[in-house]
Design a protein around this ligand. Sequence first.
Ligand SMILES: Cc1ncc(COP(=O)(O)O)c(C=O)c1O
Length: 345
Amino acid sequence: MKTIDLRSDTVTVPTPKMREAIYHAELGDDVYGEDQSTKRLEEMAAEITGTEEALLVPSGTMANLTCILTHCSRGEEAILGDKSHIFLNEAGGMSALGGVQAHILANQPDGSICLEDIESAIRGDNIHFPRTRLICIENTHNSCNGSPVSPEYIDSVAELARKYGLLVHLDGARIFNAAVALETDVKEFTRSVDSLMFCLSKGLSAPIGSMVCGSKKFISEALRTRKVLGGGMRQTGIIAEAGITSLEQMVNRLSDDHINAKNLAYGIAQIPGLSIDLDTIKTNIIYFYLTNDCLTANEFVKLCGRKGVMFLPAGLSRFRMVTHYGIESQDIDAALIALRGAMEE
Ligand SMILES: Cc1ncc(COP(=O)(O)O)c(C=O)c1O
């Protein structure tokens, strides 16, 4: 029985083309700026995102942290959504390691934060207050149904930021999912932000790596922050070649993941005891609910696991499934049969 692993798009393994490219990587010491494959990946990332320069880091968490610590000094404040990955799932790194205070505002179901909420959260000039320095937004928004956030919304946040002399960071771990879903060039999402990070190791299937992107000046500072965080790595061409293959070959196929997610959602909507809001399904992340109280969330997850379908609980009766490379349409059919079987047991 094939295990259908829908826990996350981080479970993907490198494609055969990536393994081949890794074998042929042109290696050197990247801390000395001598790894040619890494230089190529960084140039490609900057070009695709319309930024001046880019920097390879090991993980999305380190990418966000590198950006926040580069933008903010100790005691300053960053505005974040209450459902943002940075706030919920990055171990409080910005405060633990950077002394940066999080000012949390409600995320709307579409992943945005109301502009009025942001504007009223920006601190005035008063010695009692921390200084607001940064606004962070997330696209696609993982916890908010994988929603793609529009370039126009990002521009409006940036306009507000400029009015108050603030900076904007975009956690674009899945920015290519947003671009594919909204049929928009990635550059449209990045045109008004001060920094962007995106992950190679999620839907794009690379084994390791995220990219920090921004101006030349920002990246030269971020290089120093990356070193402080222990993210200066040596023969990174091993990672970079997989990342180059991701950017060349794995972006357009994300639409297959989105179609599979929709079909999965439609199927779940037909299963008695489960509920899902079909209007929220826009990319490769779906959330659904158990409406039958005969089972706890953990029991349901375990039961489905025994039937070969893995996914994560995301609350007392809420679950998350993520489609990705390696999940085919027949796997969606098989997953739905298993879920129905679990509900009927
Ligand atoms: C929106 C978002 N940002 C950042 C990250 C962190 O990436 P990593 O797991 O590579 O540290 C994730 C991971 O799932 C994510 O979903």
